[in-house]
Design a protein around this ligand. Structure first.
Ligand code: DGL
Length: 270
């Protein structure tokens, strides 16, 4: 029996939180990861630039044999999903719709706060996805959180203080009743324990990485083209990065949760 090969695209390291969630849901699959580490961060770039980079990454993943593409990067999903889908000949799943769907299911008050990079928030992709499900939305860009997570400061006092400032603003002005905090960035799952301490107990934290993994797993279970491998088969991994292999091996495990072996450097022409 063949096993599914999933291509996962991100601007760098953060998408490994999505790989982690995918592997938890589907250990019997092969994963090809493309991290555009030479060109990160995407969160401060224009839609045109992100679309150009994301389309070339999607093409590369398909050439490597990906049967389905997961756009792990919230910024790339928010800014360029139609372009990526248009350029791909395999199914493409982004993180925004699954995240919005989970948030909608979870919220009783129908008020949701979503946090993400500057570019994701300015695109209003989450706002549109949530409003189309009947929710009131407060969006908050939290640009300092990505560098703090990459620094490894996931439980540092500075990160706590910065998160408090962002969240106090986000939950103000009529959003005291929000009962869901939607994490719209690949890096934020690492901050979950810290954010849990800051937001009130009745606020549910919804992670777009986990939501996306559930959607992909359901899709594969119903797809005759990508059957799941036999019970005992191990997870396969291949990682491609556009910048330092050594740095990816060093930082990646923080996001993935285990050591990273098979990493190759790749140069993509624009
Ligand atoms: N991967 C990006 C996201 O989820 C965060 C890092 C970046 O800005 O490139 O939005």
């Amino acid at each position: 029996m063949t096993r599914p090969t999933l291509g996962v695209f991100d601007s760098g390291f953060g998408g490994l939180t999505v790989v982690k969630a995918l592997v938890e849901a589907m250990p019997r699959a092969d994963y090809i990861y493309f991290g555009d580490t030479a060109r990160l961060p995407y969160g401060s770039k224009s839609a045109q630039t992100v679309a150009k980079y994301a389309v070339s990454a999607a093409r590369f993943l398909e050439q490597q044999g990906a049967q389905l593409l997961v756009i792990a990067c919230n910024t790339a999903t928010a800014l360029a999903l139609p372009e990526i889908t248009g350029a791909a000949s395999v199914p493409v799943i982004g993180v925004v719709e699954p995240g919005a769907e989970s948030a909608a299911r979870r919220s009783g008050t129908k008020h949701v706060v979503v946090i993400g990079t500057e570019a994701t928030i300015s695109s209003h992709a989450y706002r549109h996805a949530l409003e189309s499900r009947g929710l009131c939305v407060k969006e908050k860009a939290c640009p300092l959180l990505v560098p703090l997570v990459e620094e490894g400061w996931v439980d540092h006092a500075v990160t706590e203080q910065v998160s408090r400032i962002y969240l106090e603003e986000a939950f103000a002005d009529g959003f005291h009743s929000a009962d869901v905090l939607l994490l719209g960035c690949t890096h934020y799952p690492l901050l979950k324990p810290l954010l849990r301490m800051i937001v009130p107990a009745e606020v549910g934290i919804v992670d777009s990485a986990e939501s996306t993994a559930r959607v992909v797993s359901e899709l594969l279970q119903h797809s005759p083209d990508t059957p799941l491998a036999p019970e005992k088969a191990e997870t396969g991994f291949k990682f491609f990065v556009t910048d330092s292999v050594e740095k990816f091996r060093r930082l990646g495990p923080r996001f993935l949760g285990h050591a990273i072996k098979d990493v190759q450097h790749v140069d993509l022409r624009e």
